[in-house]
Design a protein around this ligand. Sequence first.
Ligand code: MLT
Length: 408
Amino acid sequence: MALANENYLKIPESRFSDEIEKRVNAFKVLHPTTKLIRLGIGDVTRPLPEEAVSAIHKAAEEMLHPETFKGYGPLQGYDFLIDKILKTYRSSGIILDKESIFVNHGAKPDIGNIGHILGRDNIIAIAEPVYPVYENAAIMSGRGGEINDEEKWSNIVYLHCSKENNFVPELPDERVDIIYLCNPNNPTGTVINKTELKKWVDYALENQSIIIYDGAYHAYINEPDIPHSIYEIKGAKKVALEIRSYSKTAGFTGLRCGYTVFPKELMVYTRTGEEIPLLKLWYRRNLNYSNGVSYVVQRAAEALYSRKGRIEIQELIGYYLENAKFIREELSELGWEVFGGVNSPYVWFKTPRNQPSWKFFHELLYNYNIIGMPGIIFGKSGDGYMRFSGFCSYEDTEEAMKRIKSNY
Ligand code: MLT
């Protein structure tokens, strides 16, 4: 009898945004012609930078000719892309080795797969509310324990975040081994500044813990005191891996490309206390589970570092940030409690009249024809909140705010 990995039965059957689509589809049956404005899922809507598309054309053409055709690429990524990544870190004073960069298919697979190279008994800490993938990955890998009435898992440590602490996670009272930090944060759009992040790095150094630093939204940072990389903090190379992606930076959510940094100084330990560089384990994992990212896609990513590519990216980010800023301002004018939207495409806000998230979701959908992301999707502590994303067109964002403001 082939046995199932029953840990997989403990997590939802659908993607976290599918529940929204189910409810939207029910609405559409009754109102097939109504134009809906989507401020829910954090997916980009602007087309790819021209530089990336020309690079794709060029690379595809190379695949047509025997002398330029490419088969399997280097496991960690092509040098032409890794060199650009290293140079960009260098320009912020962060020196990394070539061996530390692993080009990947975007942030999400690494966020989950990292669990394969970490001991089963590690205690995992996640913020609450949280991007569901961190929690689900812990549960699927058998690190969840039992769920209680509060929908919390016994072996996961939840880092308290609330409006009182501006949704910045607080250090745990107990010892934890693996800490997921997302900065700028999804879903709350809030940020951890350098002083706060240093506390986490110091905690990890003291406890021989590691930090899985999800920097998928780093390109949206525009305030001076917010670290773009965890390696801006002294000692972080010893305790943190950093995940970045071109998805939200350059519209690659459909193309798929990113990279994870495993500094050579980053150690994990055997039960007898022997130090093991984590990158060695990741290398072995990839050796067996991956053949790297396609040449064509890596050429597209490389093109983002050209002068024109960088300008195009800045325009894209500026566009989405402008939307987020607008949402933030408009909702604040209504007197609503609003977070994020400054260094992030996400705006997180308290629902009016303290409504549960799903109730307000329906009000938005049926009364204003707007789709938001209910805070409860990110855990029970997110109930009573809603997330809007700045990834829509400016016109639709403006229209959505007009609809809300005309009635509130
Ligand atoms: C979101 O809506 O939070 C994003 O789509 C998350 C993701 O990038 O997977």
